[in-house]
Design a binder for this molecule. Structure first.
Ligand code: PRP
Ligand code: MN
Ligand code: MG
Length: 179
């Protein structure tokens, strides 16, 4: 275990089991719909890759990069589009893939954007949900794990761009970000 990690909250195996369950549900939901599956970079990149392998129906993928946290553990409240989609969402059944919902600001911004661009449907799958962080009213359609109020890293999630490569979800030692 890496030095800066206080404890492993969710193991690789637990992640993999949960993602297979989500993939099975999504395969039923999107049968015959050719959904456009959108990965919200950077945090969702590992979840996206593992999730789409468990979805058995035809689909298309695209990527969007947005950022609101920067090098902080708190959201700035301003969502910045760093990279937009390559394709149009008009008339498409869109599935947004997120790693975590905390305040809900990133997703509420994205959902409104995609609805304004006339997506036929807009659903959200998030691997983690931290309901205690919510400042806007937002619920995912599919959630992997509900997590406590701690700053987690790994499996795509960063603190100041580090720890994304950890294969598990860890809780960061408070001293790493408190000084
Ligand atoms: C993180 C995370 C979600 C968002 C959730 O992204 O990956 O996208 O914050 O927080 P919210 O519900 O409070 O908006 P971040 O802005 O850190 O960018 P990153 O994905 O590139 O790390
Ligand atoms: Mn993100
Ligand atoms: Mg981040």
């Amino acid at each position: 275990m890496q030095n800066d990690i206080q404890e492993v909250l969710i193991s690789e195996e637990e992640l993999s089991t949960k993602i297979k369950e989500l993939g099975a549900q999504l395969s039923r939901e999107y049968e015959g719909k050719n959904p456009l599956v959108i990965c919200v970079l950077k945090g969702a990149f590992i979840f996206m890759a593992d999730l789409v392998k468990t979805i058995t129906v035809p689909l298309e993928i695209d990527f969007m990069a947005v950022s609101s946290y920067g090098a902080s553990t708190k959201s700035s409240g301003v969502v910045k589009i760093v990279k937009d989609l390559d394709v149009s969402v008009e008339g498409r059944d869109v599935l947004i893939v997120e790693d975590i919902i905390d305040s809900g600001l990133t997703l509420s911004y994205l959902i409104e954007l995609l609805q304004n661009r006339n997506a036929k449907s807009t659903k959200v799958v998030t691997l983690f949900d931290k309901p205690t962080g919510r400042t806007v009213d937002l619920k995912a359609d599919y959630t992997g794990f509900t997590i406590p109020d701690a700053f987690i890293v790994g499996y795509g999630l960063d603190y100041a761009e580090h720890y994304r490569n950890l294969p598990y979800i860890g809780i960061l030692k408070p001293e790493v970000y408190s000084n």
